[in-house]
Design a protein around this ligand. Structure first.
Ligand code: NAD
Length: 330
């Protein structure tokens, strides 16, 4: 039986992952450790709150004593570290918080795992670090042929991306120094149910429904590679089940869209669904571009496709429609 520690499970991706795992693996036990910052909500996990296979501990991953106590009480053999400050705009305002949570928090968890697992068989252990494609930096808009592979150099450009890249290097140092069985996932932009409304897709939907201006940085030409969160969750599960320890995997859906075209698509779709003529691209408000705004992310996902036979399954427009319906409460 697997005992899993998922951190940040009350957030967007972590909650989707816990729901996915409990549904997919009847024998699994999961303890969710989350500090419940502004981004976390236990309402995301209300449907499993009474499941005897699930437990919740409110704690901060930077708290060494609390993490050690979790390992002692639950003896997890798989750790999936989602807990992070995750919003780039906020990282520009408070970079120290991002270094504290994303770097120190990861090191604290790694150290708790190392100390707890020292006299156990590493074949049964795995530490999965949920990283991001943003650690690779930015691709030029005029070179759509370029993609990041797992071998691309780390070149983060925002404090958020720098904190995630730094955490990645600590994870790799635990692999190389202590032989810890780790994997790192670097996923592109996620969308889907329960995403906090500061992020582009739910922000656009909620503002449009309220007929409020929808801010777009600069001319909106920045390109992001979008993946439905359920496809991301299946990829993490495939890594836990079948990946060799030590490997890094890019995860994406090869669905690149400029922000402006994504927002326009959402507005057109919402307008038709609600029959509301006030929802239109006229709501778009171009605002001063974010400092250091990455132009484009694009991921080569052939490694996970080839090694683990994982493939994205949710077509972008279909996933977007279901996300819009979810936000409408339909
Ligand atoms: P989120 O902001 O929705 O959730 C983060 C969760 O972590 C929240 O529940 C929060 O309460 C918790 N948390 C924050 N600080 C904590 C601390 N010190 N101790 C314990 N818990 C803490 O984030 P998300 O979008 O679900 O992202 C999850 C992970 O996936 C992050 O590591 C992020 O870097 C990564 N990621 C996100 C995306 C994306 O598009 N959202 C893409 C690639 C990678």
């Amino acid at each position: 039986m697997t005992a899993m520690l998922a951190t940040g499970g009350a957030g967007f991706i972590g909650s989707n992952f816990i729901l996915h795992e409990l549904a997919a693996h009847p024998d699994l036990r999961i303890v969710n450790v989350d500090a419940l910052t502004y981004a976390g909500s236990l309402a995301n996990l209300a449907s499993v709150a009474q499941d005897p296979r699930y437990a919740f501990i409110q704690a901060d991953i930077t708290n060494q004593a609390a993490m050690s106590a979790v390992f002692t009480q639950y003896n997890p053999n798989v750790v999936v570290n989602f807990a992070a400050e995750s919003h780039v705009d906020r990282s520009i305002q408070t970079p120290e918080l991002f270094a504290h949570t994303n770097v120190l928090g990861t090191v604290t968890l790694l150290e708790a795992a190392r100390q707890h697992w020292t006299h156990q068989d590493p074949a049964h252990h795995r530490f999965i670090q949920i990283s991001t494609d943003e650690v690779y930096g930015s691709l030029p808009l005029d070179r759509p042929d370029l993609l990041f592979t797992e071998k691309s150099p780390l070149a983060p450009r925002s404090p958020y991306a720098a904190s995630k890249a730094s955490a990645d290097t600590f994870v790799l140092s635990y692999r190389d120094t202590y032989g810890m069985p780790v994997n790192i996932t670097r996923c592109s932009n996620n969308y889907g149910p329960r995403q906090y409304p500061e992020k582009l897709i739910p922000l656009t939907i909620s503002r449009a429904l309220a007929h409020q201006p929808i801010p777009i940085y600069g001319d909106g030409s920045n390109v992001r590679d979008w993946i439905h969160v359920h496809d991301h969750c299946r990829a993490i599960d495939a890594i836990i089940q079948n990946a060799l320890p030590g490997e890094i995997y890019n995860i994406g859906a090869r669905e690149e869209h400029a922000n402006i075209s994504l927002v326009t698509t959402i507005l057109d779709t919402l307008s038709k669904l609600t029959n509301d003529p006030e929802i239109s691209p006229r709501l778009i408000a171009h605002v001063t571009d974010r400092p250091g705004h990455d132009a484009r992310y694009g991921l080569d996902i052939s490694k996970i496709q080839h090694d683990l036979d994982w493939h994205p399954q949710i077509p972008f427009y279909q996933g977007l429609i279901s996300t819009i319906y979810g936000n409408l409460g339909a």
